[in-house]
Design a protein around this ligand. Structure first.
Ligand code: COI
Length: 351
């Protein structure tokens, strides 16, 4: 299949043990993984091997300083059983941007694309057809050098693992607007998919969970007045018939689904405002009835309607609308991803 990637196939497949109708997100992994080591200042021979645990020295820097970045992407199968990726080069660009911020080496695009496609080809049976079914792909880089000095590692591993997926959230999502905790600050790593960004959210999110909210909408660290993004998603607000979302900046992740939705909305003739949005504006819009929808977007979450938000103890329910923007965008996006419609943007890529 390839001249440059060394492939060792799994002797048996685990696929028959998997209940594809009842998948929990990210718990089951395919038969193979892609792995490439960085040492002596360069990336070494890339390999695809059977999916297996890694052996790492306990002093590997990733364990001590969290020098780790990741991506989330998906493969989809169409009705003719052809497999498609969605904007894969954007993920490579973003993981390299994240890596640069964490003083990690960039990964070469040609090796990434070749490795990714070879891996998905090998585990193609794990990509199930049908809307809602996909293969979630998780590229990640970790600092493996055994040394606990607090400085960038000299050795890394770049891996890609894959997990068959259905929806990330099982129903509508209720969110809490952050009043005290922050996800990121100016000059920090909020724009990067740094592993630690997510770890830092777990505690405040677990407090929100106890109050019955699945996610937090983060506000700016300075004033807590501006709405930024939710834990696993960027967020959109529909105020009357205008779609509003916060601009990406050094604190907010430049979501690939987010920018796809902005494009789809603009091309559908919907007014889109990418601008700072205040919590007070949201509350005012909710009270006056101008707030029609809130939804999140992300690779894992796709387009997830938010049914209520809470702020300073008050809960604001959001009315349900059969013709919601979120359902229109989701359908248009899925149609492109599953090769059910034209792809005027060139986002879809066959493997
Ligand atoms: C994704 O949507 O791919 C993400 O990276 C969110 C993740 C934390 C589940």
């Amino acid at each position: 299949m390839t001249n440059t990637i060394e492939i060792t196939k799994a002797q048996t497949s685990k696929i028959h043990e998997v209940d594809f109708e009842n998948l929990s997100f990210g718990k089951v992994f395919t038969d193979h993984m892609f792995i490439c080591d960085f040492k002596n200042g360069e990336w070494q021979q890339p390999e695809i091997t059977p999916y297996a645990p890694l052996t790492l020295d306990p002093s590997a820097r990733v364990f001590h300083y969290g020098q780790a970045v990741f991506e989330g992407m998906k493969a989809f199968k169409d009705e003719a059983n052809k497999v498609w990726l969605f904007r894969p080069e954007d993920n490579l660009l973003r993981i390299n941007k994240s890596a640069e911020r964490l003083a990690m080496p960039e990964f070469p695009k040609d090796v990434f694309m070749e490795g990714l496609k070879a891996l998905i080809n090998l585990d193609e049976a794990w990509v199930k057809p049908g809307f809602g079914n996909s293969l979630y792909i998780r590229p990640f880089v970790i600092a493996t050098e055994p040394a606990i000095a607090a400085s960038p590692a000299l050795e890394y591993k770049f891996l890609i693992i894959c997990s068959p997926a259905q929806s990330y959230y099982s129903g509508d999502v209720r969110v809490l607007i952050a009043e005290q905790f922050s996800r990121s600050a100016n000059g920090g790593v909020g724009f990067a998919k740094a592993a630690g960004n997510y770890a830092a959210q777990f505690y405040p999110t677990s407090l929100a969970n106890q109050e019955g909210f699945q996610q937090i909408i983060w506000t700016d660290a300075d004033t807590h007045e501006f709405l930024e993004e939710a834990g696993t998603m960027n967020v959109f607000f529909r105020i009357n018939d205008t779609l509003v979302t916060a601009p990406t900046n050094e604190r907010i992740l430049d979501g690939i689904t987010r920018k796809s939705i902005i494009q789809i909305a603009q091309d559908s003739g919907i007014a889109v405002e990418v601008r700072p949005i205040k919590v007070s504006e949201l509350i005012k819009a909710s009270k006056s009835g101008a707030l029609k929808e809130i939804f999140g977007s992300g690779t894992a979450a796709v387009v997830s309607p938010i049914s209520a938000f809470s702020y300073k103890g008050d809960v604001f329910e959001i009315p349900k609308d059969e013709k919601s923007f979120s359902s229109i965008f989701k359908e248009k996006l899925l149609n492109i991803q599953y090769n059910k419609s034209e792809d005027p943007y060139g986002w879809r890529q066959s493997i």
